[in-house]
Write a protein that binds this ligand. Structure first.
Ligand code: TYC
Length: 107
């Protein structure tokens, strides 16, 4: 809403022009994959395809970036989506006995 009118004690109208928009963007969180020496490259690619909907080519590119740089961006989400993905990936890796770790950080 751009403008809103109010009446003071005298009945005079005042127009307030500076209202905060009602629709605020939610804070976003980066979901990050961390490199390690043991998780197979194919498993990391599988994770990126399964949990982050990446294509084969994109998953391969991200996996190599993590491998070479120590960490890499898997996706950007609202808090609850990011938290759910981090939990699901870490649980999936643990169940497959790989040390792959996934974390999140505020944008
Ligand atoms: N560094 C691992 C290897 O050489 C591959 C790897 C890539 C592991 C990305 C984790 O997030 C990761 N097998």
């Amino acid at each position: 809403m751009a403008h809103m009118s109010q009446h003071d004690a005298w009945g005079d109208e005042q127009v307030i022009t500076k209202y905060k928009p009602k629709t605020e963007k939610p804070p976003l969180y980066r979901v990050i994959l961390l490199n390690d020496d043991f998780t197979p490259m194919d498993f990391v690619i599988l994770v990126l395809k399964k949990f982050f909907m990446k294509s084969d080519a994109e998953a391969g590119r991200i996996m190599l970036a993590v491998h070479n740089e120590g960490a890499g961006l898997a996706g950007i989400y609202t808090f609850e989506v990011a938290e759910t993905k981090v939990y699901a990936v870490n649980e999936f890796s643990r169940r497959h006995k790989h040390p792959l770790k996934c974390t999140m950080e505020k944008e």
